[in-house]
Design a protein around this ligand. Sequence first.
Ligand code: HEM
Length: 507
Amino acid sequence: MAAVRLLQRSPVAVARTVCRGSRSTSSNRGALEKPPTVKDLPRVGVLELLYRMVFQGFYSRAHELQLYEKQLYGSIYRDGMKNVSLTSPKLLEQVLRSDEKFPCRGDMSFWKDYRDMKGFGYGPFTVEGESWYKLRTVLNKRMMLPKDSARYCGILNTVVADFMVRLIYVRRCSPTGDLVMDLANEFYRFSLEAIATILFETRLGALEKNIPAGTQQFIDAIGKMFSNSLAVVMLPKWSRNLLPYWGRYIDGWEGIFSFAKPLIDKKLEDIQQRIERNQNVEGEYLTYLLSNAEMDTKDVYGSIAELLLAGVDTISNTLTWTLHLLSQHPQIQEKLHKEVSGLKTADGTPSAGDFAHLPYLRAVIKEALRMYPVIPFNARVMSEKSICVGGYHFSKNTVFTFCHYAISHDEETFPEPFTFKPERWLRDGRERPNAFGSIPFGFGVRGCVGRRIAELEMYLVVFQIIRMFEIKPDPSVGEVKCLNRTVLIPDRLISLYFVDRGCKKPA
Ligand code: HEM
């Protein structure tokens, strides 16, 4: 069996195969003159990939496949999708430092199909080239800089306060009075409420005791879309009418747009009425987009849907992983509590600027994102130029897949890579890891547009939780592993004890 044969090939043997292409002996001088190319890389066949996905169970653990293939082939190889996979920080840096003016992540047509069917526009994930650049110029304003995100601190603090009220209610309802039974779901509600407050300038009620039906349908729709995405990418188009994944995938998109469109339409109507009454058009993000001459309404639909999608699963899962890790590491949690409770604030709510004085809190979240990079895969296609990476020459249009899970667990960069050590990130004189070892928000001009908001949101909520509660594991949960559902999620419901520290609620 091909896969078994590959398992028997040692990494050393594989490394020798790689070196052979660039060795300078008289017998292969021709190879010296021409640098090795994609053809000289170790490669994974399509059948091998299928075997690994289906029979070895990597379909839902594609992040672990990165570690497995790194063991077999080293830090650069041709994967089963015919792309060039990179698993080391140095090679990742080589590609990203060569980013083009309009960086491209590759084929996102699977995110366009539904919109093409319905006539909605694209957003920052799906648009490319000069149009992408123009769109990002508009979207970046009011989001990208720390001072942009700081303007949302007030409303985010209000959402955090409501979330704390909900947490207290949820734990009170538990059999022991202090257990939060499905933490990921609570954080999902929180991050949805927070991003919607910023994007739509309205509250959705996701933190109320009973979640409104439409909001729940939206949450389910995102889940449906993400969990069927891998099948859409991997399976041939002809299977779409034969297998159920395609219908579910399209249903997911339908639910996402049915939720976002009326909220956008309502805001548009509101703006028009204000203009008719000669009133000032005031507001935050959506108002800014809708009143921007550069933006077509159909593009606002496309962009807002993508911003919503990007801002919910990423934040909620990162928060879930962070609290899970803190519950497993009481000493780290105590150190964090000491830092957090030492901050003097007027009313118990920190401002965006306060986090400059909370290095351990920032390090905890950075380390959680290293251990669980919520987006474990990313990519770049160099569409204008050829490029040299790891001594190999690649012609233009080569697709590079970044294996972020393997990269952020690289032992050379992060000794004891599977151990939670926020100290790695402190600027206290120690040597800091290679910056490309963990880039959870991507890199450069195509990097995450919501990074500043995401960080602020996570700092604010973790600050309040750790200030008020001691987090303890629930032994009945057992060992938590992660699944890849486009984003890294826990393989089971995580429940944690929130033990009251007897501290005042935020205002
Ligand atoms: C923990 C939270 C988050 C993480 C880890 C994260 C991570 C990422 C990553 C890795 C990328 C790809 C960057 C690249 O290719 O270099 C990305 C892109 C993007 N993110 Fe985030 N993200 C988070 C939260 C958010 C939020 C809250 C928003 C919206 C407000 C957002 C909006 C976007 C958008 C629109 C893009 C596409 C940018 C483009 O292609 O131009 N993200 N994010």
